[in-house]
Design a protein around this ligand. Sequence first.
Ligand code: HEC
Length: 150
Amino acid sequence: MTRKHALAPAIAALIACSQACAQGEPVRFDAVGDAIPRPLTSEPGDAARGRSIVVNRDAGACTLCHAVPGEKISGNIAPALAGVGARLSPAQLRLRVADSTRVNAESPMPAYYRTEGLNQVAGAFRGKPILSAQQVEDVVAWLATLKDPR
Ligand code: HEC
């Protein structure tokens, strides 16, 4: 029973850290060619969380531009994401989500994980990426499952 009590503060500290640390400094990433080979986080991406980020208009809002399997309402100014997991590797997907302008300088797609060199960013978001590093990994994990071209 003493063991249980001794653990409580450690668990509280861990939870506090997982919240505070998520707000921490953005991770620096290295692009190699058209890809980011190393994941941004040590925790593997969660595909189910990734799907909800993709379709949630408050989070990724990807469906503003992309047709997404399983979603009826979407924009069509961008390539449909069906089959993207067969066309691109996870490392290539990671760079497109983090900063698509590194692949196509004219890309209208928001750079979801870039904090420098952005114009007209609202004060509260200055210096903060649109998605957290973990959210980028979650989105990449889900995109990688989209092997079927329909
Ligand atoms: C404002 C419109 C817009 C939004 C929002 C957007 N994209 Fe894109 N995306 C594009 C366009 C346009 C392209 C085509 C290549 C280019 O112009 O960069 C693209 C390309 C891609 C590609 C490469 C597709 C391929 O077949 O090569 C992926 C993957 C991708 N987007 C994922 C996402 C995800 C995930 C989100 C949400 C987190 C998102 N996009 C949000 C416009 C958008």
